[in-house]
Design a protein around this ligand. Structure first.
Ligand SMILES: NC(=O)c1ccc[n+]([C@@H]2O[C@H](COP(=O)([O-])OP(=O)(O)OC[C@H]3O[C@@H](n4cnc5c(N)ncnc54)[C@H](OP(=O)(O)O)[C@@H]3O)[C@@H](O)[C@H]2O)c1
Length: 248
């Protein structure tokens, strides 16, 4: 049954690749209108065109989640085109892992700006609409790394632990407005996330591991659909999933 997905308007950040693109295709296939945000316009436009050609509803809005104004424009585009916003998936993220002693300060800043402040800016853009309509669903991407530390993950984990704290605070504050909050914490998933690790030794170790145990991005798409599809009086607050073979 997918009764509670069809007809919804779902805004997805980081929809140009990996889990965001997979979720867009999956949710559009279940009858949602999807609004795709990311910096690579050509990629989100291609995903939107593919969905539209298959008979679905999709639009692409170039979005840099480090800019609050971009997120405001993304959500406004959804409201203007489809009449509202039912779900926001704050999925955009970066993971340039490295040991702290290598002092990759620009990468620390980028992780905080995208993974944490980007989520906050998404919340700021969507919340006024959801409060006014007294319904909505915000889904934030944490990670197994938001529960555990591993080599080179200190700053990435700090952002993903913070997303969990922020999401639980948000859940408590907006429960009275009938707004659902979901944290999704994936384990190893085969996406482009590791492509941007600049420390080659760290990148190689992670690529080898994810190639061995990682699950496809469609795994996330199924689970996010499950959380959205539950009836409005049920909030799926946390989903933590791993490849069966992942030990950490
Ligand atoms: N893959 C995993 O194993 C794994 C595990 C746990 C959690 N996660 C989390 O899952 C989420 C999705 O990642 P993924 O694995 O699907 O990786 P991915 O394929 O690299 O996708 C990341 C997405 O984030 C977008 N993005 C990055 N910086 C952005 C910015 N400043 N503004 C807007 N969009 C931005 C990228 O789009 P543009 O470059 O086009 O902007 C891309 O669409 C992330 O939050 C990640 O931390 C992934």
């Amino acid at each position: 049954m997918t009764d509670n997905i069809a007809g919804k308007t779902i805004v997805i950040t980081g929809a140009s690749s990996g889990m965001g693109a997979a979720a867009a295709r999956h949710l559009a296939g279940k009858g949602a209108a999807v609004v795709l945000g990311a910096r690579r316009s050509d990629r989100i436009e291609a995903v939107a065109a593919e969905i539209t050609q298959a008979g679905g509803r999709a639009m692409a809005v170039t979005t840099d989640v480090t800019k609050a104004e971009d997120l405001r424009r993304l959500v406004e585009a959804a409201v203007e085109t489809y009449g509202g916003i039912d779900v926001l998936i704050n999925n955009a993220g970066v993971m340039p892992l490295s040991p702290l002693e290598r002092l990759k300060i620009a990468e620390w800043d980028q992780m905080i700006d995208v993974n944490l402040k980007g989520v906050l800016y998404g919340v700021a853009a969507a919340l006024p609409h959801m409060i006014e309509q007294k319904s909505g669903h915000i889904i934030n991407l944490s990670s197994v790394a938001g529960h555990k530390l591993f080599g080179g993950s200190a700053v990435y984990s700090a952002t993903k632990f913070a997303v969990r704290a922020l999401s639980e605070g948000l859940r408590q504050e907006v429960a009275a407005y009938n707004i659902r909050i979901t944290i999704i914490s994936p384990g190893a998933v085969k996406t482009e996330l590791l492509d941007h690790i600049t420390e080659k030794d760290v990148q190689q170790a992670n690529q080898d591991y994810v190639a061995e145990v990682g699950v496809p991005a469609e795994t996330f798409a199924r689970l996010v659909a499950f959380a959205i599809n539950e009836p409005a009086d049920v909030g799926i607050n946390e989903i933590l999933f791993r490849p069966t073979a992942q030990e950490l």
